[in-house]
Design a protein around this ligand. Sequence first.
Ligand code: URA
Length: 249
Amino acid sequence: MGVAVDEPLVDALLAVAPAVAEAESREIQGAQAEGAPIRRRGVKTVADWTREAHSLAAKADSIEALAEAISGFTGSPLKVGAEKTVVYDGVPGASLMVIGEGPGADEDRQGKPFVGRAGQLLDKMLAAIGRTRTENTLISNVNYWRPPSNRNPETDELAVCRPFVDRMIELSRPKLIVAAGGIPAVSLLQSRDGIMKLRGNEYTYSTPGGYSVPLIPMLHPAYLLRRPQDKSRAWRDLQLIEKRLSELS
Ligand code: URA
């Protein structure tokens, strides 16, 4: 037996649908312009998107395939306002993997992590311990899309990226991870402590797929640009990283 279709009701719904979509899109754009976190009122929850990210990440059998999967993923609300998806730069399989916070304006324009002023300082810091992104270092972030007004990424925005971060670690199998700054350090270590307490120590990061790797937090180069008086702390971070890399290889 068929179900009778209430034609006037269908017509009424179709008539309001574009207006609802437009209002929702205005809400997203408005929130982005103000730099506010975006809570999308869609059918999928953060848990749904995280599961989808996990399934896409699990299917990727190379860093290149993973980068494609990340670029095609629509589960981060930040993607709406970003120009590019910024996944990684450097050498997959390198013994050192640096993980930062996420793209800023320069990275969003160029589609590569750490290419602005902070990135140039990061390159100099790495060079001081014999590391370059062209030879022996992989560089990525815990979030792949530039947040509006360069605000910090929200917990939910980081959560949907995490399966990709984990898969990149599993595919590249670094001997040491450096978390550049408080956002990646706190998020990866699920810590209540801030970067000033975390730095100077070594931790173990374990992916759900079973890869365990030492992780050292260091001061973010953008922080050092603002507070050059902390460069002796940064130098100590680098010395610890250099020492552990030589022991681990
Ligand atoms: N800061 C980060 O943490 N990551 C980038 O890619 C650029 C700046």
